[in-house]
Ligand binder design. Structure first.
Ligand SMILES: [Zn+2]
Length: 566
């Protein structure tokens, strides 16, 4: 055992397992974080100290002759795959600190080590095409000039790529932070009766609070694994609190956010939006390669990797693998197979184009409701928002983003994508003199602000007498402004809701989705916008339309006045 291993093992109480590699260490820390959060803090601190000590003692690693000693082996196995497997195993037994770093997971991969001590096998050009040259020796025994030149093309490309590949994720990270930085944990409980229905068997349900009583558990029950198991036995889907449906005036509340990985509520004042934006951006660099190579994620039915994430939040007009949604109540008249590929679906009111490679999901004479999916693929997020309302729209965006991350092999706390969906889909266009006497048609307000205005004008009524009225604030998974029909009444009664706040005025609201790059500009707060890009446009627009700012809650102003309490 090395000294480093000994020191690391000391930082983990009672650890007697295998050698600590990056992966083993990560798993062990995750286990400690869940079972003993206090010890987790101590262990992480201890490991960081070891890291600091090692990096200040040794600025470099030493490469000796044994590191570059050529490895001569006769590959064993009957198939090529067996032979490659054998070579990979053998190369991992290679002596030296370079191999140690690969083994521990600190730096480098087995195939990189193999190309140093064995032979590089092949060289590729910038398009990934193999060059017609075979390598007879490894880099450690010296390449011939021809081999060296052939390999140099690939190496130069790799160096350039590693420099430029961080530009794109960096750009996305900036946009995420600017869209999400308002999500501060601001209060203990916002009192929201809205939530998202969730499968009790889903791991994403743990550490959240119950929004509506379910299976004998009261509202605000913390869902532990034990509680979730009991709910699963009961059957059905509980409605749980979520950042998607939080009604806190600023940011989110502790109850809608649930517990942190340390098993505690997030502190009031903690900027969970920035934390989530960083967590969502951090793995993007790894995803660049996947999207460059066009990896498709089958389950999401569309683009995977960074490309998949970008298209969900940037909503380009040419949306890859787009699923058309029915615009209206309509009936399918005809489905035409097109000569040049794809299909055209004709209804009594519209026609839809389905590109080749995507299946048509509707049949002739079928009746469609607005928002029904016409073909395979991913619906365009603004279409979902328009047809299904703001809560369904947010839920769709959060689910799809989570799916792309999961399919790319990255585990992300579902609540982080919910927080992103809430931040991006936070605005509605209002055209209501009754609600907003001073409104200019097309003005945009926050959904939370709208709920508050509607709530002030509402009256509580028993559910049985609420037919055709509108919800003033969201309930269950229904948004504010939802018209109460027979089905809604049945649903509310099923969840034991006796009385609701309704509004009788007509409400003309239209949820708005903009590409993430321009989402921060929808913020009605004039000064908040000035902390972002497009300053000239913001200044001209807001001077023309008399932009306002609530300086009480704005950190930019607080800095300027020197009153920020930090
Ligand atoms: Zn809340």
């Amino acid at each position: 055992m090395t000294l480093g291993q000994l020191l690391l093992k000391k930082a983990l109480p009672n650890y007697k397992g295998e050698e600590l590699t990056k992966k083993v260490l990560q798993n062990k820390l995750f286990e400690i974080a869940q079972t003993d959060p206090d010890q987790y803090v101590k262990s992480v601190h201890e490991i960081k100290k070891i890291g600091d000590m090692v990096s200040s003692l040794h600025h470099n690693m030493t490469i000796g002759m044994e590191d570059v000693a050529p490895l001569y082996i006769e590959p064993r196995g009957s198939t090529t795959l067996d032979k490659i497997k054998y070579i990979k195993e053998k190369v991992m037994e290679h002596p030296g600190s370079m191999a140690d770093m690969v083994r521990s997971g600190a730096r480098g991969k087995d195939y990189q080590l193999a190309s140093s001590v064995l032979t590089p096998v092949a060289a590729y050009d910038v398009h990934g095409n193999e060059l017609p040259i075979s390598f007879k020796r490894g880099a450690s025994s010296g390449l011939s000039p021809a081999e060296y030149w052939a390999k140099a093309i690939e190496k130069r490309y790799q160096v350039a790529e590693s420099r430029t590949s961080v530009v794109e994720p960096g750009d996305v990270a900036k946009m995420l932070v600017n869209t999400m930085h308002g999500q501060v944990v601001s209060t203990e409980d916002c009192g929201s009766l809205t939530g998202v229905p969730m499968d009790p068997n889903s791991p994403d349900i743990i550490d959240r609070y119950l929004a509506i009583p379910f299976a004998g558990f009261p509202r605000n029950t913390l869902i532990t694994r034990e509680v979730a198991n009991k709910m699963a036995k009961h059957g059905g889907q509980p409605i749980v609190r979520s950042p998607l449906t939080c009604r806190a005036k600023i940011g989110v509340c502790q109850k809608c956010m649930g517990l942190s990985t340390a098993g505690k509520p997030y502190d009031i004042g903690f900027n969970i939006g920035v934390r989530a934006a960083q967590t969502l951006s951090e793995p993007l660099t790894n995803l660049v390669l996947q999207s460059k190579h066009g990896t498709r994620s089958a389950a999401a039915g569309g683009a995977g990797g960074l490309k998949g994430i970008r298209q969900l939040i940037e909503i380009p007009k040419s949306f890859l693998h787009k699923a058309e949604l029915a615009q209206d109540h309509e009936k399918v008249k005809d489905i035409e197979k097109l000569e040049y590929g794809g299909h055209r679906v004709y209804t009594d009111k519209n026609e839809y184009f389905v590109p080749s490679g995507l299946k048509v999901l509707v049949k002739k004479d079928q009746h469609l409701k607005p928002g029904d999916q016409i073909n395979e693929g991913i619906p365009y997020p603004p279409d979902v928002l328009r047809h299904k309302g703001i809560i369904e729209g947010r839920k769709f965006l959060a689910d799809k983003l989570h799916e792309v991350y999961t399919n790319s092999g990255i585990g992300i706390d579902k609540r982080y994508t919910e927080l992103l969906a809430k931040s991006q889909l936070n605005f509605v266009k209002v055209n209501n003199k009754a609600l907003y006497p001073h409104i200019v048609p097309g003005d945009i307000v926050t959904y939370g602000g709208l709920e508050e205005v509607m709530y002030r004008k509402s009256n509580p009524v028993p559910v049985s007498r609420a037919l055709n009225k509108r919800l003033a604030v969201g309930v269950l998974d229904l948004p504010a402004g939802h018209v109460i029909d027979e089905n809604t009444i049945k649903k509310l009664q099923k969840y034991g809701i006796g009385s609701i706040d309704v509004i009788t005025d007509a409400v003309h609201i239209e949820p708005v989705m903009k590409p993430i790059e321009t989402t921060p500009l929808l913020n009605p707060d004039f000064l908040a916008k000035l902390a972002y890009r497009y300053l000239k446009r913001t200044l001209v627009d807001d001077i023309t339309y008399t932009g306002k700012s609530d300086i009480k809650d704005n950190h930019v102003v607080q800095y300027a006045l020197g009153k920020l309490d930090v």
